[in-house]
Ligand binder design. Structure first.
Ligand SMILES: Cc1ncc(COP(=O)(O)O)c(C=O)c1O
Length: 397
């Protein structure tokens, strides 16, 4: 090619959407596709709460201009008081609002590490982290999530993979793709390791309200870690059913503010991209301070759908699944011998029209094979998809 794209850009991939390219091709040829690949509740029977749209429309006159780069003040204050309720102290002036958590993940990875430093990512991992680290020439080190231990992080594997160049550890809790919610004990162990090795903890808590077990509790990393630098990201996409609003935020704990200039660097990048979408920032305060009925309704639906998916997977020969207890994913394991799980996912798509994401797209323990499905669709869609997965596996046997 004469006008070659940069080497850096060629290292970036994002399995969740890459598989859609093949699905779209098949759809064009007239094949019906069941999309179970994207974690977007709005594609199914979930709707953004009306009071958030109302707040956006009411802000029309004042939000057609650029916003402050760090975000509007009333939203920053609402986010700070929400963190306070979760036990993390943060001043509104240290919070950055972005175009989704995704943008802030790119900013943070770029501000935490230099090229050739390393960042510890979970394995499996939500792939935006691999994309951002690769783009910034940051080395990726993986620590394992233990399938046999309800997908809790393996502390030994974290310790084993730290070296002199390691700058940070990423914790995704509740987790995408496994659907695990981490115990307080394991979070404290991670904090101890980070303290010992002087690492920053980046905690992605975007699913923290979506706990499917009745007595479950989520622990905000910033509420547990007092003497370790922590950055927490969260947003409107999942808990508030507003993926299209593109609103996320990033907040440091006090220890990070006192001991690091990482947040200043993030603000600098924020200024260089001007601002997050302005009108939708007015939905933040009503989301955090307003009614939360939609969350209770969402959890009820998700619990039913999760239970249905688990029941069906138990009956299907060749796959098994550790029960997800949060968020809206299941990460079944493929127990029969196959070449690799990407071919499995492509085969399922081409032969049966079911679009899931191959486990290797998230990173996984060597020798294991998985796929990720969302548990978001109504039961009739899940039934159709699982019938097809069952037929596909029967033919593979
Ligand atoms: C763990 C995790 N973090 C961040 C995001 C992206 O969130 P946003 O829509 O705020 O960019 C996702 C989306 O699937 C996710 O699963």
């Amino acid at each position: 090619m004469f006008f070659d794209a940069s080497r850096r850009s060629k290292k970036v991939s994002y399995a969740i959407r890459d598989i859609v390219v093949e699905a779209a091709k098949l759809e064009k040829q007239g094949k019906k596709i069941l999309y179970l690949n994207i974690g977007d509740p709005l594609r199914y029977d979930f709707r953004t709460p009306e009071h958030l749209w109302k707040a956006v429309f009411e802000a029309k006159e004042k939000s057609t201009s650029y916003a402050p780069s760090e975000g509007i003040r009333e939203a920053g204050e609402a986010i700070a008081s929400d963190f306070k309720k979760k036990g993390m102290r943060v001043d509104a002036k240290h919070i950055m609002i972005g175009n989704g958590c995704s943008e802030l993940i790119w900013f943070a990875m770029g501000c935490i590490a230099n090229p050739n430093d390393s960042i510890l990512l979970p394995r499996p991992c939500y792939p935006v982290y691999q994309a951002a680290c690769s783009y910034f020439d940051i080395k990726i080190k993986y620590y394992d999530l233990e399938e046999g231990e309800a997908w809790q992080p393996d502390i030994e594997s974290i310790e084993k993979n730290i070296d002199k160049k390691t700058k940070a550890i990423v914790v995704i809790n509740p987790n995408n793709p496994t659907g695990a919610n981490y115990s307080k004990k394991v979070l404290k162990e991670i904090i101890d390791v980070a303290a010992q090795h002087k690492l920053v903890i980046f905690s992605d808590e975007i699913y923290d309200a979506l706990l499917l077990e009745k007595k479950a509790k989520h622990y905000c990393m910033g509420s547990l870690a007092r003497d370790v630098p922590v950055l927490v990201t969260n947003g409107l996409s999942k808990n508030f059913l507003a993926t299209g609003f593109r609103i996320g935020w990033l907040a440091p704990n006090e220890f990070l503010v006192e001991n690091s200039d990482i947040m200043e660097a993030v603000f600098k990048l924020g200024r260089a991209r001007l601002c997050a979408v302005h009108p939708f920032q007015y939905a933040i305060k009503p989301a955090l301070k307003g009614p939360k009925r939609h969350i209770r309704e969402m959890i009820k639906k998700l619990r039913n759908r999760r239970n249905y998916v688990m029941r069906r997977i138990e009956e299907i020969d060749g796959i098994s699944c550790t029960k997800p207890s949060a968020a809206f994913y299941a990460f079944p394991r493929i127990d029969i011998p196959i070449k690799n799980d990407k071919e499995f996912a492509l085969g399922l798509l081409r032969k049966k029209g079911v679009c899931v994401v191959h486990g290797s797209g998230f990173g996984q323990k060597p020798e294991t094979k998985h796929f990720r499905t969302v548990i978001l669709p109504p039961i009739n869609v899940l039934r159709e998809a699982l019938d097809k997965i069952e037929e596909f596996l029967r033919n593979l046997h």
